[in-house]
Design a protein around this ligand. Structure first.
Ligand SMILES: NC(=O)c1ccc[n+]([C@@H]2O[C@H](COP(=O)([O-])OP(=O)(O)OC[C@H]3O[C@@H](n4cnc5c(N)ncnc54)[C@H](O)[C@@H]3O)[C@@H](O)[C@H]2O)c1
Length: 378
């Protein structure tokens, strides 16, 4: 059997208009009590996963992650975040369990407003919930000709072990940085988990009945695991970006700790590493509640003429694209370019939605008395 491909084999799936998917997701959130404007912001963040080809964090998470969060009252649909400290360039918010898909966009937007004034803005959030794809939110800063950085820890969820450790202590701690790449190129947008892959990709393979490549999970003894079901059985542990200790695992682990410090320790959110981690067998423990979010925006235009910054950025990223490739069939790219191309194609021709996902959306529509979005050719 072929190991699961990183993006999944869903390119030939039926296509659904992007706007219809956003409207549908917004209607679902609104039906769960999320105020209308906020529901639309959250819907765009969710559908971005499908739009940009990061499907492990798209609409598939509606039934698996977000609707159960509402059912279990782990998210407050109409939470009003509280400003706990405001120093001008930096703000501390209590997210009050607000929907992370919305809250992270709000945090980046507020950081961008402060950056316009001070050159830099930092918004630090405690008690947040899952924000989906980090890159969707940082791209909002790039749209303003600014550089956006976003990270979140996973609250008290512990599924990944420190290199050499026997106890799961951290989550997949995602981070993103986005910047304009000049006037003519799509933005640079690094968007990633600090583990080799996010759990969503492992679960995608499990649903597809496919083994995963060596390097995504290890067993309790640190040996590679190719059975994706090991993750939810609790006997498979995500590996760090970099792989094994001798190939660079300490770098991914170190980045995950950077996220833990800046996104969670700074605002006072839930932490993965804590004494409770030692109470069980060493397997997964805790929940991804009280998540911490870090949003930093840098505004080069507040420090020097923005035209100079943009033209130099264009030179930087064009130089990378012009790098002679080893294989002429595989031109050199940069993070964000592939997602931008996928998104542009899906905006015009429709977003690929597999029959299985469409069936899930149909069931959601039925439950909430909504119309399910239909395919482009229907
Ligand atoms: N909210 C959460 O708790 C959480 C946790 C983990 C991951 N995530 C999200 O899951 C999504 C997927 O994460 P991932 O780690 O699987 O990402 P990935 O491995 O698909 O991509 C990582 C980065 O590599 C870049 N890249 C990949 N192939 C490239 C190529 N050929 N040329 C140039 N650049 C290339 C991508 O643009 C991206 O910036 C992200 O949106 C991430 O934010 C969220």
């Amino acid at each position: 059997m072929t190991p699961a491909s990183p993006q999944g084999a869903e390119e030939s799936a039926p296509r659904v208009p992007y706007e219809d998917l956003v409207r549908f997701a917004a209607d679902v959130f609104a039906a769960r009590g999320v105020p209308t404007g906020r529901a639309r912001t959250a819907a765009k963040a969710l559908v971005y996963g499908d739009l940009a080809g990061m499907r492990s964090h798209g609409l598939t998470n509606l039934t698996r992650l977000y609707l159960p969060l509402f059912d279990d009252k782990r998210v407050e649909p109409d939470a009003e975040p509280e400003v706990l400290a405001d120093k001008g360039a930096s703000v501390l918010l209590d997210g009050k369990k607000g929907l992370g898909l919305w809250l992270a966009s709000e945090a980046i937007d507020l950081a961008a407003e402060r950056a316009a004034e001070y050159g830099i803005g930092l918004v630090s959030v405690r008690d947040a919930t899952h924000f989906g794809c980090a890159g969707h939110h940082t791209l909002r800063a790039a749209e303003r000709d600014m550089v956006g950085i976003l990270a979140s820890n996973c609250g008290g969820q512990r599924i990944a072990r420190p290199p050499g450790g026997k106890v799961a202590m951290l989550g997949t701690n995602p981070m993103s940085i986005a910047s304009p790449a000049g006037p003519d190129l799509p933005p640079y947008c690094l968007d990633m988990s600090t583990t080799a892959v996010p759990t969503g990709k492992i679960r995608q393979a499990a649903r597809a009945g496919q083994p995963i490549p060596e390097g995504w999970l290890t067993d309790a003894q640190g040996q590679p695991v190719t059975d994706p079901h090991a993750l939810d059985r609790g006997d498979g542990f995500p590996t760090w970006l970099g792989g094994r200790p001798e190939t660079g695992a300490y770098k991914g682990y170190g980045l995950a700790l950077l996220v833990e410090v800046l996104a969670a320790l700074v605002p006072g959110a839930g932490l993965g590493p804590a004494p409770e981690a030692y109470e069980g067998s060493g397997g997964p423990s805790g929940r991804d509640d009280d998540i911490g979010i870090l949003a930093i925006v840098v505004a080069p235009g507040a420090l020097r003429p923005v035209e100079g910054f943009l033209s130099q950025a264009g030179g930087l990223f064009q130089s990378l694209l012009d790098c002679p490739p080893i294989d002429p069939a595989q031109p050199v790219s940069y993070p964000g370019a592939r997602e931008a191309a996928t998104a542009a194609e899906a905006r015009s021709g429709g977003v690929p939605i597999t029959p299985a996902l469409h069936e899930e959306l149909r069931e959601v529509a039925e439950r909430w008395g909504l119309e399910v979005p239909v395919g482009v050719d229907a």
